[in-house]
Write a protein that binds this ligand. Structure first.
Ligand code: ADP
Length: 415
């Protein structure tokens, strides 16, 4: 806003000065013309009348001055010689005295609210016009119109300055809000992220600290005696490990320091591997696993990163599906997109949570998820990976029960 104000002000001052200078320049040019007219008076007989004298018809020097110009002729004593030619202007101009110090200096005078640009010259004795010869001539140009237009111009400039300054004020406010919005948003997200991370770290640390302090109070006990405390502490250490790993993944992705190794590949090459261990786990938990992946397309992806997405989704499907449930993976081609879908008949996700679950640390049911080992970072990581692939990940309902996570990737070739 200040920059706008300074720019407008500078521009206004420059324009006004240019206008003022050119106005005075043209006035001074008129005066200069007058001077040269006086100095080149045609050869005429001496006459006491004066340029505007009443006896003009009798070969008196013709007044060449334009309407706004008056000329006062003084002798060297300061006596006004052309009173009569001034007519009713005399009442205004009589106050002016000869001041020889101002000889050849242009000045601006105000007399009775009238503004004049004046120049005093000394006419040489050899001048052909006896009216001027050897006298002082004060050329007075009325500049009321010019002053009026300068004042109007100044008013308009000041008005436009304030109007534009006000517009600039509104614009700067709007622009600042627009440009600051993503910064404020990411700043808020960062501080929320740090708060949540600290919170997540504190819980396992408190548990480990409690267990260690408890063991210290029983120095005689053997490892077998304290097996439960040790195993709980180890579980928490594992949680801490996976949490810090996930935090590191997200932090690296935020700083765009994660290196992606894109290569042309087929679905078989990144889907089969991660499925293997899950098949056994799922079957051992009395759940059903089905696989129906058959599309043969070429994708340009980082295979390891997409495997990571698949593991996150299979892990969630396993965690949130009760016994006798079914977990299924199948694929699909939609236009230029390849989709693989992990569907389950688990607890399902409410519509209001469908977007939120991709946010960092978001868990639908916090107490339940703590038991299942989740921190709410898995889907956030999957989302980051998909963004890097210019792909999509979203969730929809699996009817009649459970949810379906759809991973969509652009196809490079359809064979
Ligand atoms: P978490 O490590 O807690 O599983 P995620 O980011 O992977 O974190 O998931 C975020 C939340 O989304 C989970 O806490 C859970 O509430 C919900 N969620 C994810 N997958 C499923 C699913 N297959 N069925 C039901 N809820 C799910």
């Amino acid at each position: 806003m200040a920059t706008f104000a300074i720019l407008f002000l500078t521009l206004g001052i420059i324009i006004f000065n240019r206008f003022q200078n050119s106005t005075y320049h043209s006035i001074d040019q008129d005066i200069k013309n007058q001077v040269s007219t006086i100095k080149k008076q045609p050869n005429m007989k001496p006459d006491a009348g004066g340029p505007h004298g009443p006896n003009q018809s009798n070969n008196r020097p013709e007044p060449k001055a334009p309407f706004q110009t008056s000329m006062l002729v003084f002798d060297s004593e300061g006596k006004l010689l052309n009173k009569t030619s001034l007519g009713n202007r005399y009442s205004v101009l009589k106050k002016i005295k000869l001041n020889k110090k101002n000889l050849n200096t242009k000045q601006t005078l105000t007399i009775k609210n009238m503004n004049f640009r004046v120049l005093l010259i000394k006419v040489s004795k050899s001048n052909n016009n006896p009216m001027y010869a050897g006298h002082y001539v004060l050329i007075m140009q009325n500049i009321d119109t010019q002053i009026q237009s300068m004042e109007n111009f100044e008013k308009i400039l000041i008005m436009t300055f304030f109007i534009f300054w006000f517009i600039a004020l509104i614009l700067s406010y709007v622009l600042t809000r627009i440009t600051m919005f993503p910064i404020i948003k990411s700043w808020k997200q960062q501080s929320e992220f740090v708060n949540d991370a600290a919170h997540e770290l504190r819980t396992p640390l408190t548990i480990i600290q409690g267990k260690l302090e408890y063991m210290l109070t029983r120095p005689k006990n053997t490892i077998i005696d304290e097996a439960e405390s040790i195993s709980v502490s180890l579980d928490e250490v594992n949680r801490l490990n996976s949490l810090t790993n996930n935090l590191l993944i997200l932090a690296r992705a935020d700083q765009a320091t994660t290196k992606f190794n894109f290569q042309l590949t087929k679905p078989d090459l990144f889907i089969k591997d991660p499925i293997m261990p899950f098949k056994d786990i799922i079957n051992s938990q009395e759940k059903v696993f089905q696989e129906n992946v058959h599309h043969n397309v070429t994708l340009n992806i980082d295979r390891d990163k997409i495997k990571q997405v698949l593991i996150i989704l299979l892990d969630n499907a396993t965690k949130y599906t009760p016994e006798n449930g079914t977990i299924r993976i199948y694929d699909n081609v939609e236009g230029s997109k390849y989709q693989f879908i992990i569907s389950d008949t688990g607890i399902g996700i409410k519509d209001s949570d469908k977007k939120k679950i991709f946010g960092r640390f978001y868990r639908v049911d916090k107490s339940r998820n703590r038991n299942s080992g989740g921190h709410g970072l898995g889907l956030a990581i999957a989302q980051q990976i998909m963004n890097e692939h210019h792909g999509k990940i979203f969730v929809r309902d699996n009817l009649p029960q459970g949810s379906e996570f759809v991973v969509e990737l652009p196809i490079k070739h359809s064979r």
